[in-house]
Design a protein around this ligand. Sequence first.
Ligand SMILES: Cc1cc2nc3c(=O)[nH]c(=O)nc-3n(C[C@H](O)[C@H](O)[C@H](O)COP(=O)(O)OP(=O)(O)OC[C@H]3O[C@@H](n4cnc5c(N)ncnc54)[C@H](O)[C@@H]3O)c2cc1C
Length: 345
Amino acid sequence: MMSPKKNTADVFDITFVGAGPTGLFGAFYAGLREMKVKIIDALPQPGGQLIALYPDKLIYDTPGFPSILSKELASCLTEQASQWKPFMALGERALELKRTPLPGGDDGQECWIIETDKDIHYSRTVVIAAGIGAFRPNKLKNESISLFEGKGVEYWVNDVDDYAGMRVLIIGGGDSAVDWSLALEPIAEHVTLIHRREGFRAHDTSVNALKDSSVDTRIFYELREFQGNESLERAVIFDNRTGDESTIEVDAGILALGFKADLGPIREWGLETIGRRYIKVNSKMETNLPGIYAAGDVALQEELDPLNLIVVGYGQVTVAVNYAYAAIKPGEKVFPGHSSERVAD
Ligand SMILES: Cc1cc2nc3c(=O)[nH]c(=O)nc-3n(C[C@H](O)[C@H](O)[C@H](O)COP(=O)(O)OP(=O)(O)OC[C@H]3O[C@@H](n4cnc5c(N)ncnc54)[C@H](O)[C@@H]3O)c2cc1C
């Protein structure tokens, strides 16, 4: 049952479910075609796998860049998409997709509703660019954590300035844990990083920078408990070799434990699929539902093998956007002309 949430019935021309490289490039392309664009992503930051799974790896097969750090590519794609000011609904997981009468439209006209865990969104067309599924943070089994979620405990650093002057505990041993420790070091009053075993799964340069930094790095340490009243005040941590506990004063705890992805509710949207992982598309990137397209890692044509690469997603989403454009603007061409004839205001 779709309950009205805070959004008004503002109908977009095209909505991308997924702000990975495919959704971001698609949003740019749709803006280029002067479509009214929205992007929805479960993560609080755009970039998909580039930022959630391998932010500090170099990518060598992106056209125009002999090599580029994954997080930098995500940032370039976001900047490119942002020039047309798409509506970004970040931190929202798309749960349901339904056909509905077009608000303010003539009799018989319809559009799509996407209901997320926070809002409802109206769109004439939808491109599902959901990759391997909505990313959700891995969590620790520890009751004290849930008591302070949103009251000092977070799974993602949106803006390092939010931590100015704070005492921060970061938990994790991957790229994000190390990168966020280094990013917060000059801003926070004090940063402690704990990791349950020896060796970080992070870029060598970052690990070396960590060694040279003032971050209080403790390996073989784990969280016993967060403590506080209205908000987080302390963390009890322990050495997992000896069981020795220490209590540290903290204002913020960041759990950087990686992400898991799950297509979840998208499987219930009435889309034809290939296996459990892929949405079936034709050569126009159309699914079996009218006005619903799919592109990138989530999409597959029956006669092809999967080619889950960033560049393939760019091509597929360009096809999807141009066909979606022609579908809602009868008489207009699928071919967009050349971008060199069009510049942002
Ligand atoms: C370690 C590693 C290294 C790689 N190296 C390369 C490389 O060198 N070159 C290359 O070309 N490719 C590489 N890839 C593959 C590449 O990252 C993917 O092909 C690419 O990210 C696919 O982009 P996408 O936008 O289709 O999907 P994704 O990047 O997976 O983005 C999908 C987005 O959709 C969101 N989403 C999904 N479902 C929902 C929902 N229901 N509601 C809201 N949001 C949702 C997710 O949160 C996610 O942000 C690598 C992959 C890995 C794991």
